[in-house]
Design a protein around this ligand. Sequence first.
Ligand code: PEP
Ligand code: MN
Length: 265
Amino acid sequence: NANRKFHPDPTVVDVAGVKIGGGNFQMIAGPCSVESKEQICQVALSVKESGAALYRGGAFKPRTSPYAFQGMREEGIHLLLEAKKVSGLPIVTEVMDISHLPLFEDVDVIQVGARNMQNFELLKELGTLRKPILLKRGLSSTLQEFLMSAEYIMAGGNENVILCERGIRTFETATRNTLDLASIPLLKSMTHLPIIVDPSHATGIAKLVKPMALAAAACGADGLMIEVHNDPEHALCDGAQSLTPEAFKDVADAVRAILPYSFKG
Ligand code: PEP
Ligand code: MN
């Protein structure tokens, strides 16, 4: 059960020894998409150096246009596993379909993207696993709906759910989404599950990632997920919101510096 009423202590999700929640703040970083072995291994080493504890890259990409790059798919998972070997960082990647789950055996955290937040059959299947699940908030989902989706996973016995606020759709088009900062302390009062924030998809604009990352940390988030690319200008997906490895280091250092002052609830 995701409700804090029945479970007052915060849940700490353990990802291959990396703890998230209950006062353990973690940074997840990596490119939107796996593009090549060199790219995925190079970025892994650089974000590790800057303090990222988990490495994220997309192999199966949920793109709005069917003509846009769809990800390297199975080959992308293999390259991510190479990056895991090279860097020692546990990996996070998105599943889009139940039938692909056998490929995720050695993936440390399975991401459910915003578009699949209410794919209830997928959520039920993930509930049968004991692997940590990173559940992103749907594009237009209320917090109640978000928590009910977490509940679908937990109802099957998988309590290792990490929530991710990634911005919601509003009338504003200047940013890709609108980051719902108030959802962080509010969710904390509603649930014991860890909550991380994705300022990259929330804004769609690289220069907004730092202020929103700082704000999310100040609001008591349990972690951040940030897109980092070795060459954002030529990224196959989401280059406009991707940080260079140097910019990520700057954000990571700034966030660590304010953590002692963050809202504790
Ligand atoms: C992603 O994390 O790469 C992604 C597609 O984000 P979202 O599901 O939040 O849109
Ligand atoms: Mn992306």
